[in-house]
Design a protein around this ligand. Sequence first.
Ligand code: ATP
Length: 323
Amino acid sequence: MSKIAILTSGGDAPGLNACIRAVVRAAIFHGLKIIGIHRGYDGIIEGDFFEMDAASVSNIIQRGGTILKSSRSERFKTPEGRETAFQQLKKAGVEAVIVIGGDGSLVGAKYFTATYPIPWIGIPKTIDNDISGTDYAIGFDTASNTAMNAIDNIRDTAESHNRIYFVEVMGRNSGSIAYKTGISVGAEAIYIPETNTDLQHLFKIFESGWSRKKSSLIVVVAEGDEAGGAFAISKKVKEKFPQYDTAVCILGHVQRGGSPTCADRVLASRLGVATIDALLSGQKNIMVGEVKEEILYTPLENVLKRQLKITPAMTELIDILSI
Ligand code: ATP
């Protein structure tokens, strides 16, 4: 093998650049040529390729976003789109593809490799941390820390005004950011898609918190919570307790950007180098993950979307800490 390609696909996440850097440097270290593909799967279809060298990834380990750009490609979902992608890769002499992406991107890689002989290796990134085969996906730690820092700031305002804040964090189908962030900011309650939203329980927390003269309350809500998100929950609380001063803050896309944390930079670097090791040792059509600090290779067809498991102990933790 002498020439490989790398791309980023799906929504961006902090740590993508650190991972691109690691893949490029490890490839060059081992004497491989490496082609960068712009704009994810759309970029393969359009042949938007360029050769990368060690200097092309200088000074990016600390930067959010992706120097390769990303996209969601409807064309790649079709057999015709994947055929065009194959022809473009063949024309450029690409012998293996590395994709840094979420579960959708990895499904796309699985379909491609089921038909075409070019091997692919996937590296998991998603701020939702909902991919099996790895303890953490690139981006989750940074997104959680960004949300935590933002809510710490909101707590200052909440305290100053004796106000209740409903803070919505990312997670259409996953409560991972909401759960971890909620614990880390001392939230009075956390609502996520994986559990039922019990508003009577929330009302009791408010009554007991206010009766012992708490000067602020923070409720962290994942955007996909079945009660309808932070605005919907806030409305119900206001109907029950019109005397409370309430406010809603939607954190939104700030959680996707920013400089990656130390944990995300190290994870991204390690997975990037492990990917080249995997290719050189003849592995193909796998995802490279890290489980209990060991590198784990999972065949692409076995990679699944993972759901956060909420145990009774996790629920109890929130209840104990918010009295
Ligand atoms: P994020 O975690 O940000 O959602 P993702 O990789 O899951 O990242 P998706 O938009 O789901 O993001 O997928 C990225 C791309 O992967 C899609 O735009 C599409 O090109 C490709 N893809 C997703 N699902 C399939 C599929 N079933 N068949 C072929 N390609 C797919």
